[in-house]
Unconditional design. Sequence first.
Length: 164
Amino acid sequence: HRTLLPLVEQGKILEKTEACSQIAFTRYVRSGRKPGPDPQLSMRDARFGRVPGRVYRPRAPSAGLRAGAIFCHGGGWLYCSFGRAGRVVPSPAYHLAPEHKYPAAYEDCLNATIHFMKHMELYGVDPANVIVCRDSAGGNIAAAVMRRFDICSVGMAEPHPQEQ
């Protein structure tokens, strides 16, 4: 993380001089590091209920249902970086901090997960072969989302009420 320290310091300077916020500067710099498209994947913008996001799918045809992986991106809840995998991968574009306070990101990912699981057939996903995965800070969200689910004997997850 030594390479990030100058970026953080530059952001602090810009914020103190009121040129822009530190987070806006960091997002601007990081946005220039986007990888090119993967020719083996198709990507489309989607909505999971009220939550925007993207769905990644292998371009190769499938003889049957595919595995699914709900992906909670990392980035310290500050940056958005959609992931790629050899599965059908919905990736909610959850609300980012600091503009949106906790539990906004968690609620977005929970609602997107529930929506996706209720509509898996639209994506050609096998309900017995779905995981929730994460990258970096998305792990916190993925763990919190999965605490809201009980796994039934048939392999289908059902949300249970919030613990008081």
